[in-house]
Ligand binder design. Structure first.
Ligand code: ADP
Ligand code: MG
Ligand code: MG
Ligand code: MG
Ligand code: MG
Length: 432
């Protein structure tokens, strides 16, 4: 039964609801609705001018309505009088086809028709930086190999534990927090769940981390590569597919515990990888994380190639143990809903068309990639990825009207980037 929000407000002391949707570029947009008005908002939606956000709409369009999903309610642990509600977009009485949460829900339904449920966990790496954004906030965080740095982690104890306590109270089952491979970089892990639940939590996690960091006078960023010489922020997704409560990716008879269905799903991701990158690595800056030169810590930990492997962190896909794989391509800028939708669309295509992922490569891809012939490189920049998405039948079929809308907005972004004159160009071209 769907939760009655008026009752929930009374029982939990919620005074305001934040009716929130995520646009194509991953930005969360909201209206703050007093509890006394939430019944009307549930019936009629919260109204927005779609053109004012990244949705590819026109100023002449009718009202864009955000219909809150009461099942997604999350009470802000740092401000419990506010309840966050993820919302689905409707216009002229119809679901908005390019709405990211709508797309994910559509694909989840599509998988359910085959009796399948995707469950995922995400690892949202982020930096704690100065409010102006110029450098990591902790000036003592200087180690060349800063990963798991105990002292640097403990200097941020107040922020990290406030976020972790919040996740504990929300029942997300967080299980570890650490300092990551770049100075100023952290990761906090919670348990995997249904893809829509994880997408909502992922969206909320980004909002929560930024908000709590701000409270502590810091700024949290999920930007893929904020500092060129340091490891970037990935957003690895761990994936399994279930039927009737059973993980169909698990197969003990396989050498590394992955079933044929799992290999086909991976085959689908490999088949559509370059197009998928336009979604999972959505920014100009995303391509400075993948294909990057070695960082000061010794490795970028990001993939360069469309390859898969066993328990080895130098490929696009890692199979750490039986029954799941890790998709390492996505980065911190990925839209939480489109990330899950992209993986599901490409993976379902792989299962339905029994796509062959090719040979598993057990080599260190960073040092020995050149020893294997025919290995495909990931897109080198956003424009390459956009062109691959434009050509990709699998994602065009699955995402429908989203693709032309997204590519139109992204082309404008690419053009704006190209109009930017860099110091590198001047340094290298003044004397041409
Ligand atoms: P690593 O750093 O080794 O890549 P983490 O512990 O940081 O791994 O993250 C692992 C993520 O994978 C967690 O969100 C975890 O809940 C999730 N996970 C574990 N088992 C499965 C599974 N069967 N299906 C989907 N996700 C899983
Ligand atoms: Mg108005
Ligand atoms: Mg991790
Ligand atoms: Mg990590
Ligand atoms: Mg990982």
């Amino acid at each position: 039964m769907t939760l009655d929000l008026e009752t929930a407000a009374r029982e939990r002391g919620i005074k305001y609801f934040l009716v929130s949707y995520t646009d194509l570029f991953g930005t969360q947009r909201a209206k703050l609705v007093p509890a006394a008005a939430i019944k009307g908002t549930c019936k009629n939606g919260a109204g927005f001018a779609g053109f004012a956000t990244w949705l590819d709409m026109s100023p002449a369009d009718a009202d864009l309505l955000a219909m809150p999903d009461p099942d997604g309610l999350i009470q802000l642990p740092w401000k419990p009088e506010v309840g966050w509600l993820p919302a689905d977009l409707v216009m002229d009485g119809k679901p908005v086809e390019q709405g990211p949460r709508n797309i994910l829900k559509r694909l989840i339904k599509d998988a359910a028709r085959d009796g399948l449920q995707m469950k995922t966990g995400v690892e949202c790496e982020f930096f704690l930086i100065t409010p102006c954004g110029s450098e990591p906030a902790d000036l003592a965080d200087k180690q060349m190999k800063p990963c798991y740095d105990q002292s640097a982690l403990m200097r941020r104890y107040d922020v990290i534990t406030e976020i972790c306590d919040a996740m504990l109270s929300l029942g997300w089952k967080p299980y570890q927090n650490d300092h990551e491979d770049a100075n100023g970089q952290f990761e906090m892990n919670w348990d995997y769940d249904d893809a829509l639940v994880t997408a909502d939590r992922h969206a909320f996690f980004k909002y929560m981390t930024r908000s709590i960091a701000e409270k502590h006078g810091l700024r949290a960023t999920f930007m893929p590569k904020p500092f060129m010489e340091l490891t970037g922020s990935g957003c690895h997704a761990h994936v399994s597919v279930w039927r009737d409560g059973e993980n169909i990716f698990a197969d003990r008879s396989d050498e590394i515990g992955m079933s044929q269905a799992g290999y086909h799903f991976i085959g689908g991701l490999i088949h559509s990888a370059d197009a998928l990158a336009a979604i999972t690595n959505p920014c100009v800056n995303s391509y400075k994380r993948i294909n990057a030169p070695r960082t000061t810590s010794g490795a970028t930990w990001a993939p360069n190639t469309v390859t898969y492997t066993g328990n080895n962190r130098t490929h696009m896909i890692r199979i750490p143990d039986g029954g799941r794989f890790e998709f390492r391509l996505a980065d911190g800028a990925a839209n939480p809903y489109l990330l899950q939708a992209g993986i599901l669309a490409a993976g379902l295509d792989g299962m339905r068309n029994r796509r062959d992922p090719g040979k598993r490569l057990d080599i260190n891809m960073y040092t020995d990639g050149h020893t294997v012939e025919g290995v495909k490189q990931l897109p080198l920049n956003m424009l390459d990825a956009m062109r691959a998405l434009d050509r990709c039948d699998v994602l065009n079929d699955a995402f429908g009207a989203f693709v032309p809308s997204y590519l139109k907005l992204k082309q404008d972004e690419w053009n704006a980037y190209c109009r930017h004159l860099t110091q590198w160009e001047r340094d290298n071209t003044l004397d041409c």
